[in-house]
Design a protein around this ligand. Structure first.
Ligand code: 5GP
Length: 183
């Protein structure tokens, strides 16, 4: 789906498909150097990270494995609370593994901060984070993101896997949703 297919629902285009792919290629080159000689386990966080995971995995020239987790963050309304429930757990034993969490967006940071601690406690050799987007102004906890794509303003964005009410995930680029859509 293109921006023109949903132009009335979009306030501002942030990144085109081409810009996203260029950024993922840039991150991949760094990951390849850092994990040379290792087999990294990419852990995708469902459902938003599906597109980042698919593109990152194909861009990487080193051996990888992929696994998935689904988590839900308890909170009031749209605010994440940091209390996280696992809806779908990994199938992989993390003992001694080099884990790279692949995330679409970091908002408050509470979900990822919890997730990193959870995966570390399973005996992983290392746990790092790759996130395509981060909203620095929304941070409630400091999360060390080794591979960060773009820093964005504190606005609600959709596209490239990110939804509003399960819509817009198939938009090729990333855009700020127009307020009238969720009003
Ligand atoms: P955090 O715990 O960092 O506050 O929450 C991160 C999660 O909130 C993301 O994985 C994503 O599911 C959701 N989220 C945060 N900001 C946005 C946004 O701007 N757009 C969309 N679609 N989801 C968001």
């Amino acid at each position: 789906m293109e921006f023109s297919d949903v132009e009335n629902d979009i306030a501002e285009v942030l990144y085109t498909e081409q810009e996203i792919h260029a950024k993922i290629a840039e991150l991949s080159r760094r990951i390849e150097v850092d994990y040379a000689g290792e087999k990294v386990l990419l852990v995708g966080v469902l459902r938003g990270a599906v597109m980042v995971m698919a593109d990152l995995a194909r861009e990487l020239t080193i051996p990888i494995e992929m696994d998935w987790m689904a988590v839900s963050s308890y909170g009031s309304g749209t605010q994440s609370s940091g209390v996280v429930r696992i809806l779908k757990d990994l199938d992989t034993d993390l003992h001694g593994r080099h884990v790279l969490i692949v995330e679409d967006i970091i908002d408050s940071g509470l979900t990822l901060s919890w997730l990193r601690g959870n995966l570390e406690s399973r005996g992983a050799a290392s746990v790092e984070i790759c996130a395509l987007l981060r909203k620095p102004e929304a941070a409630k906890v400091v999360v060390d993101v080794k591979y960060e794509g773009f820093q964005i303003p504190n606005a609600f964005v959709v596209g490239y896997g990110l939804d509003f009410a399960e819509q817009y995930r198939n938009l090729r680029g990333i855009a700020v949703l127009a307020p009238h859509v969720y009003a």
